[in-house]
Design a protein around this ligand. Structure first.
Ligand SMILES: [Cu+2]
Ligand SMILES: [Zn+2]
Length: 227
């Protein structure tokens, strides 16, 4: 059984490059947040890629948490982690909180999506954007331009001084079993793109690469057992 170990990364000394070069309070805050969040993941339970761990307290079958270790498609200096947590709104709608921390990307915005297959080697194996359903069309751009209608479409991650942080909540997907689950037969993976996702929502934005272009980093999403 695959076991999440901590520390996942060889943590660089706190004085290293990105931290000391960034002298503004905001960048120091980002750097501190990065490591604090990694530390908070100390308590993540064992990954359970073999299958769902059983019924949840709210009656849903399947996992309620997930994690992805992120690495560069070609650049080994890109590393990071994403965590996913499913909950229910007061109305009973499932929602998934996604938190992502990545270092080593170029500064600026980078498109992030949940892609349709749990594969990163090479990053093209993650295939298109997660889009289950009777009219599934995972193509991001030309010629069909089915972006940003995909269930796996997320917001950009913003990188400053080499550190990227992203938090978002989506109700387009679930971790627990169901028609929107990202833990379907072939699983799912995060892809971080080289460029910003413009969301391709304007007619004059419908051009190849509007969803972020080439692939920079990838992380297979693993289901976690309940604590
Ligand atoms: Cu993508
Ligand atoms: Zn999309």
């Amino acid at each position: 059984m695959y076991v999440i170990r901590w520390p996942i990364y060889k943590a660089p000394p706190i004085q290293s490059n990105a931290v000391t070069r960034s002298s503004t309070p905001f960048t120091r805050f980002l750097a501190a947040s990065f490591w604090v969040m990694l530390c908070l993941n100390l308590g993540v339970p064992e990954a359970n890629p073999q299958g769902p761990p059983g019924p949840l307290p709210n009656g849903n079958a399947g996992p309620s948490r997930g994690v992805a270790e992120i690495g560069g498609c070609t650049d080994p200096d890109i590393t990071g982690r994403a965590t996913l947590k499913e909950s229910k709104t007061e109305e009973g709608i499932k929602q998934v909180e996604v938190s992502m921390f990545v270092k080593g990307l170029s500064d600026g915005k980078h498109g992030v999506h949940i892609h349709e297959a749990a594969a990163c080697e090479p990053c093209s194996e993650a295939r298109g954007h997660h889009d289950p359903g009777p009219n599934s069309n995972s193509a991001p751009d030309a010629p069909l331009f089915n972006h940003p209608y995909h269930m796996g479409d997320l917001i950009n991650i913003e990188v400053r001084n080499g550190i990227g942080v992203m938090h978002t909540t989506t109700n387009r997907v679930t971790l627990s079993d169901g028609r929107l689950s990202i833990f379907d037969d072939n699983g799912s993976a995060f892809i971080i793109h080289t460029n910003e996702d413009t969301y391709c929502d304007q007619d004059d934005e419908l051009q190849a690469g509007c969803a972020g272009g080439s692939r920079e980093a990838c992380g297979i999403i693993q289901p976690l057992s309940r604590p």
